[in-house]
Design a protein around this ligand. Structure first.
Ligand code: MN
Ligand code: MN
Length: 316
């Protein structure tokens, strides 16, 4: 046994009862003693189509009551490996996106200063930019594994430089991520111009369109990702739930048909084990469009897999 926080067991308190913190872990708003801080960022004013991601962290927490502490597939035991807690939400300003970006950045500066590794529940994808800024102050330019239907490399949206579809252009321009060690997986569907994904390629990033993922295991792809990034490079994992197919993840704002399967999503995250992950997020879950709760349930399981892929996570 160890002294780390353990999820409240479903045999101790029924899963439908009690207060739904993430994975039924204790709430630690004081993060000083944490190895891993699970942070909610309930933002949706950076979205361009359907909204509702402000309810994402709460709904992912609620569905996470069904996640148990061991991965039966990999033997990973994150709660035997790290001190993890639900670190609560960032208090946002629901009227001003610019103010929110500053609030998120300042919040994650504190997480970084406390030497806790942030695993974040979104929120729309805009949140990743201020998180990357805070992490880059410690780690410098990072490698990036980005799962998404969209490249999120617009120069601007409605004249705005920061919105959920511009963040990775900003991240490259600001030197937060290293394009030669950047993979964008699951991109697809329709664009405004035929060369919409080319800006990423021109910077040196690797694009893996959904079509290259169809009908196959993504384990070989992840082997390639690990060999290009290497075991040392500080690496950020950003998982936009719309990278997955709307049949498994309908509860999102910008759904695109013919995406990745749930099992391919697991393979990508499991394939990150062996990388030096310094932070991860799961974004774009929109509960108002998630009538069954399955999107948030899948998101909670993907976040669990993220914990399992953090450096040093023990296997049984
Ligand atoms: Mn996105
Ligand atoms: Mn997307």
């Amino acid at each position: 046994m160890n002294d780390f926080n353990q999820p409240l067991s479903g045999n101790e308190m029924p899963r439908f009862a009690g207060i739904p913190t993430m994975f039924r872990l204790p709430l630690h708003e004081d993060i000083a003693d944490l190895d891993v801080a699970i942070v909610g960022v309930p933002l949706d004013i950076g979205t361009s189509n359907r909204n509702g991601t402000r309810y994402g962290p709460r709904q992912i927490r609620s569905e996470s009551v069904l996640v148990r502490p061991y991965s039966m597939a990999t033997g990973a035991a994150p709660f035997d490996s790290f001190q993890v807690a639900d670190a609560g939400d960032v208090a946002l300003n629901p009227y001003q996106l610019d103010a929110c970006i500053k609030l998120i950045e300042a919040h994650f500066d504190k997480v970084v200063a406390a030497e806790a590794l942030p695993v974040t529940l979104g929120g729309d994808h805009t949140i990743t930019l201020p998180i990357l800024r805070a992490l880059a102050r410690k780690h410098g330019s990072m490698a990036l594994v980005h799962v998404d239907a969209h490249a999120d490399i617009n120069d601007e949206m409605f004249g705005e430089k920061v919105a959920h579809g511009t963040i990775f252009r900003r991240a490259i321009e600001e030197g937060l991520v290293e394009p030669q060690r950047m993979f964008q997986i699951g991109l697809r569907a329709t664009g405004y111009t035929a060369d919409d994904f080319d800006w990423s390629r021109q910077q040196g990033a690797t694009i893996v369109p959904a079509e290259e993922c169809w009908y196959q295991s993504l384990a070989p792809l992840m082997e390639r990702v690990r060999s290009v990034i290497g075991p040392q490079a500080p690496t950020y994992l950003s998982f936009d739930i719309d990278g997955l197919d709307p049949s498994v993840a309908p509860g999102t704002g910008t759904p695109e048909p013919a995406g990745l399967s749930a099992s391919q999503g697991l393979e990508i995250i499991r394939g990150c084990f062996g990388l030096n992950i310094v932070g991860a997020d799961l974004v774009e879950v929109s509960p108002p469009y998630d009538t069954s709760g399955n999107t948030a349930l899948l998101a909670a399981n993907l976040v669990f897999e993220m914990l399992c892929s953090l450096p040093g996570c023990r296997r049984r």
